[in-house]
Design a protein around this ligand. Structure first.
Ligand code: PEP
Length: 248
């Protein structure tokens, strides 16, 4: 049985002091959550977030990392630094990183391998543009992204990862995919994982939906058979996030 994960992605929001105050305020409200909860936060917020989340159900994650172990890569952050700072998760291949910072599927693959080697849980993002959806190539595109992201990753490591399906046209737009659209793609990802690995691997791997998840739509989305929670942007910055984690 897969345990649901609801992970916030703060993007470039909240200073370290805002982080501390917010996590201290929201942690008691999430104490009875029946799923895993995470906040993936800007790098400078990781340490204060980990400290503020101590003793709570909240796990802290990063929004990116580099695939090299260490060295002359000015501005980058290595997996062991995230682990030492107390991070548990790392978001990889978010569409904003792909669009603005040239992130590729091949880079995501290298990062995923490195993250797993250091015991981080990568949340591997995939998703199609509106044009791709209108062209009817969504599933082909997603399968390509996933095949490359998991290249060379053995089954025993693949099960430790999380996939987030995030249609680009639904991110930050208030335009949520229908439950049918979200389930169709998440189901296709699980089928692909069966093909690449085994039914057992595919059944144990968590697949999240992301794209304008909010208190009003979380319950229906998370009730879909292949949707094991959400990656949540805007709604994870406010106390209302509690209603996404525990939808009524
Ligand atoms: C995201 O940042 O991954 C995301 C899905 O954002 P939003 O929930 O704001 O659409």
């Amino acid at each position: 049985m897969r345990k649901r994960l609801v992970a916030g992605n703060w993007k470039m929001n909240k200073t370290p002091s805002e982080t501390k105050a917010f996590i201290q305020e929201i942690a008691p409200l999430l104490a009875d959550a029946d799923c895993d909860v995470a906040f993936c936060v800007p790098a400078v917020d990781i340490i204060p977030a980990v400290e503020a989340a101590k003793g709570s159900v909240i796990g802290i994650g990063a929004e990116n990392m580099y695939f090299e172990e260490k060295g002359a890569f000015t501005g980058e952050i290595a997996a062991n630094m995230l682990v030492d700072a107390g991070a548990k998760y790392v978001v990889l291949g978010h569409s904003e990183r792909r669009e603005y910072f040239g992130e590729t599927d091949e880079g995501v693959n290298k990062k995923a391998i490195k993250a797993i080697a250091h015991g981080l849980i990568p949340i591997i993002c995939c998703g199609e543009s509106l044009t791709q959806r209108e062209q009817g190539i969504t599933l082909d595109w997603i399968r390509k992204q996933i095949r490359i992201a998991y290249f060379g990753i053995p089954a025993e490591d693949a099960v430790k990862t999380v996939i987030a399906y995030e249609p680009i046209w639904a991110i930050g737009t208030g335009k949520v995919a229908t439950t049918g659209q979200a389930q169709e793609v998440c189901g296709a990802i699980r089928e692909l994982m069966t093909e690449l690995y085994s039914a057992e691997t595919a059944e144990s791997l968590r697949i999240l939906y992301g794209g304008s998840v909010a208190p009003a739509n979380a319950k229906e989305l998370f009730a879909q058979p292949d949707i094991d929670g959400g990656l949540v942007g805007g709604a994870s910055l406010k106390l209302d996030f509690v209603k996404v984690v525990k939808p009524e």
